[in-house]
Design a protein around this ligand. Sequence first.
Ligand SMILES: Cc1cc2nc3c(=O)[nH]c(=O)nc-3n(C[C@H](O)[C@H](O)[C@H](O)COP(=O)(O)O)c2cc1C
Length: 332
Amino acid sequence: MKSVTIGGVTIKGNVALSPMAGVSHVAYRGICREKGASYAPTELVSARSIRYNGLEKSMQYLRIDPETEGVTAIQLFGSEPDDFTAAIDKIMEHPLLSKVDIIDINMGCPVPKVVKTGAGSALMNDPETAASIVRACKAALEGAPRHIPVTVKTRIGFDPGDSGRPDLARAVADAGCDMLCVHGRTRPQMYTGSCDRKAIALMKEAIRGYDIPFFANGDVTDGPSAASLIGETGADGVMIGRAARGNPWIFEEVSAFLEGRPAPNPPSERERKEMLIRELKGRCLYCEEEFAVREFRSVMPFYVKGIRGAAQLKVRLCSALTVNEIKEILEL
Ligand SMILES: Cc1cc2nc3c(=O)[nH]c(=O)nc-3n(C[C@H](O)[C@H](O)[C@H](O)COP(=O)(O)O)c2cc1C
C-alpha cells in the first residue's frame, strides 16, 4: 500500500475523505478510516469564532477522536492571520484537540458568506494574505510538543476564466505549507460543471521543487476515476467528497483499484441500512438524539440511494425524530 508523508505525519494509503460541512462528523470519519480512508479532516471551522467565542461553541465540528480516526486533521477558515494564531493557541491548550495531527486551512470555500469576509476561496485572489496565514499557523504550532504540519485545500481559481493559480500554490508552499490539495473547479462553479484536471496539474507542477505532497480532488466516484485523476495531474493522492456521502465503502473500492487488488463486494442493502444506523448512533453520542436525527436528514438519503423504494423511504426517514423510528422505517 502506498503511504504519503505530510510534514512528518505518515498516512496509510493515498485516498482521503474530503472535508464536507454537515457530512464530516467525527462518527463518520471513524467509519471512513475503518473502511480504508487514509485520513479525514473535520469540516471547516471559523478561526475567528474560536478566537472570540471559544472552543465550546464550535466543539460539535472540531471534535476529533484519535482512537477511531488514526491521523486527525482540523480544518480552519478565516482571513486574518491573528485569528488563526489565537484559534491554534486555544486548540493546543485543549486536552483532546491538542492531540490533533494536522491543521488544514480552507482556501476554497465558495459560499458568499465566507468569501465576503476575505476567507475561503477569496484567499486565492490574495496570495500574500494566504501565505501570511500559513506562516501564522506554522509559528503558532512551533512550540507544540510534536511537529504538527499545516496543509492547504484550495481550488483552481477564483474567477470564471481561471485555469489554475500557480501563484497561490507557490505562495503557500514558500510559506511552509506541508501539503496542498486542489479541487479542479473555480469558485463560481461551486460544485457544478466539469473538473479541470489540466489546471490541477498546473498547480502541482508549480510546487514541484518544494518536495511536499499534492492531492487532487473533484469528481472521484470509483477506482478508475481516482486512477485517471492521479494519472492526469501527477498527484500523490486524492480526496473524495460527494461520492463518499453515505458511502464509506468507496475507500475500500478505490484503494483496491489503485493497488491492483480485486474489487471488494459492494455492500448489501442491509449493510447499508445498518451503517446508516451505526453512523446515527455515533452522532447521538455527542448530542441530543432528536438534534442528531435532524442533522442527519441531509445525509440519510445517500445511504438509501438506489435501494428499491428509495424515494418513499427518503421522505419517511426525513420526518422521523428518533433512532427507533428510523430503524422501523428501515425494517431493521
Ligand atoms: C455539502 C458539502 C460541504 C462541503 N464542505 C466543505 C468544507 O467544509 N471544507 C472544504 O474544504 N470543502 C468542502 N466541500 C468541498 C469538498 O471537500 C470537495 O472539495 C468538493 O465536493 C469536490 O470534490 P467531489 O467532486 O469529490 O465532491 C464541501 C462540499 C460539499 C458538497
